[in-house]
Design a protein around this ligand. Structure first.
Ligand code: FES
Ligand SMILES: [Fe+2]
Length: 445
């Protein structure tokens, strides 16, 4: 993962060719595109459905509404999790209306059919009134694939998609050192937004917008091109390593005093910023050393498995097509957009934040402030524009969504013009073109 010069920002080990397909506006605005995605894209990928922490006892369930569909993930007697479509086999009524909970029996609200947690019909009204005899034990909820990784449960509608581990490659491996299995989702934020799901997806596939949309990050994340490394994998996913605990090289912060908040971060690890006057760039190495020394006694037992890079830098993993996992050693952000059920110019934006359960730690600093370290300490859904924060940085990203959607609707927009550093956007749309044309899923080499 080394970078030689300004032009080799793509890791030579993880680069992929692109064709140069024109990225036109129709994919963001037309119902035809939306329908094709519904047919050829969404059934062909794995979807993050929710947290395993909510599926401990038999009958515990979580519901994930996606587009027009709704999926139930249900804990089984043997500790496994199975996923079912949330639709009654009798006449199609949506079975479960709650987001999560525990149900020894799933009971349809229309005619009262009951199902056990393994999806088997257990009770009906008038069982003798069926031509084939009592349907109990014979009728099942419609099932789909379900697998788990780390603290998460995933579902997939299609049997031809590779298993989750293969589909995620190589990110499972790259994320292993963080020790994510028991991390706690503290924030579960979401909102309805007035733009196509790909508008924010594109935003997460580039860092070109950081100096304009997130100027505050410049004093502790180095977004300079020579130091930021992009990786593109055969699986269709990609990642970006951005140097942390270091000010940007776009601006000369390095000859003066250590800027905020880097000064406070240094102090928190027992480093006196005054000692680094004119040497701000060296704080990062000092933090690595301090974390190695002080981390274990402060409860950060996972540090010992992490590389130096993982201890201080930001690793943004973007899984095709719509899931971003942004890693620092003490926080995982899950950021994604999902399509609106019927309107291509709307979407649902979701932002979860997970934290390691550090012994003795009662609260954590999150993108919306200090919050108790417990499952879903803040869980809320809002409408973008109503003044409810989705997290400081996410709010900044969302702020461009509506105006970009408007501009994409212009007759004057002829297609995107991308600099080299936005190659991940180009590849994303070329993969999308292939899927929509019925050529998905990607089969990793
Ligand atoms: S539709 Fe579910 S019991 Fe009739
Ligand atoms: Fe951003």
């Amino acid at each position: 993962m080394t970078v030689q010069d300004n032009k080799s920002r793509y890791s030579p080990d993880f680069d992929m060719p692109v064709r140069g397909d024109t990225i036109t506006a129709d994919r963001y605005i037309s119902r035809d595109w939306m329908d094709k995605e519904g047919q050829n894209l969404w059934p062909k990928v794995w979807h993050l459905g929710g947290m395993l922490a909510e599926l401990e006892e038999e009958g515990d369930f979580i519901r994930h509404d996606f587009g027009k569909d709704s999926i139930l993930m249900i804990a089984q007697a043997d500790g496994s999790v199975r996923a079912f479509y949330n639709s009654c086999p009798h006449r199609g009524n949506r079975l479960v209306l709650g987001d999560a909970g525990s149900l020894p029996r799933i009971t349809c609200g229309y005619h009262g059919w009951q199902f056990t947690p393994d999806g088997v019909l257990a009770k009906v009204q008038d069982p003798d009134d069926f031509a084939g005899g009592n349907p109990c034990g014979k009728v099942h909820l419609s099932e789909l694939r379900c697998e788990t990784w780390g603290p998460f449960v995933f579902w997939c509608m299609d049997d031809d998609v590779p298993p989750l581990a293969q589909w995620m490659a190589p990110l499972q491996e790259r994320l292993a050192n963080y020790g994510l299995d028991n991390w706690v989702r503290v924030l579960k934020l979401s909102c309805d937004a007035e733009f196509n799901w790909k508008v924010i997806r594109d935003n997460f596939n580039e860092s070109y917008h950081l100096p304009t949309i997130h100027p505050e990050l410049a004093t502790f994340i180095n977004d300079g091109l020579p130091t930021t490394v992009f990786e593109m994998y055969p699986s269709g996913h990609n990642a970006m390593w951005m140097i942390g605990h270091q000010a940007t090289t776009r601006v000369d912060y390095h000859s003066a005093e250590v800027p905020a908040p880097l000064d406070d971060i240094a102090r928190a690890w027992g480093i006196d910023p005054a000692d680094y006057q004119g040497r701000t760039g060296e704080i990062r190495a000092a933090v690595i050393a301090a974390k190695r020394k002080l981390g274990p006694e402060r409860g950060y037992t996972m540090y010992e498995h992490m590389t130096d890079q993982q201890l201080v830098d930001y690793f943004h993993c973007t899984l095709f097509p719509n899931l971003t996992l942004t890693m620092s050693p003490e926080q995982m952000q899950v950021l994604r957009t999902e399509p609106h059920p019927t309107d291509p110019e709307k979407c649902v934006f979701q932002h979860w934040c997970l934290y390691p359960p550090v012994k003795g730690m009662k609260e954590v600093v999150t993108p919306i402030g200090t919050v108790p370290l417990r499952h879903d300490a803040v869980a809320r859904h809002s409408r973008y524009g109503d003044g409810v924060s989705l997290g400081f940085v996410a709010d900044q990203d969302l702020s461009i969504g509506t105006t970009q959607q408007q501009g994409l609707n212009s007759r004057g927009f002829k297609g995107c013009i991308l600099p080299g550093q936005e190659k991940r956007i180009q590849r994303f749309h070329e993969l999308l073109n292939d899927y929509v044309a019925g050529k998905g899923p990607v089969q990793p080499a």
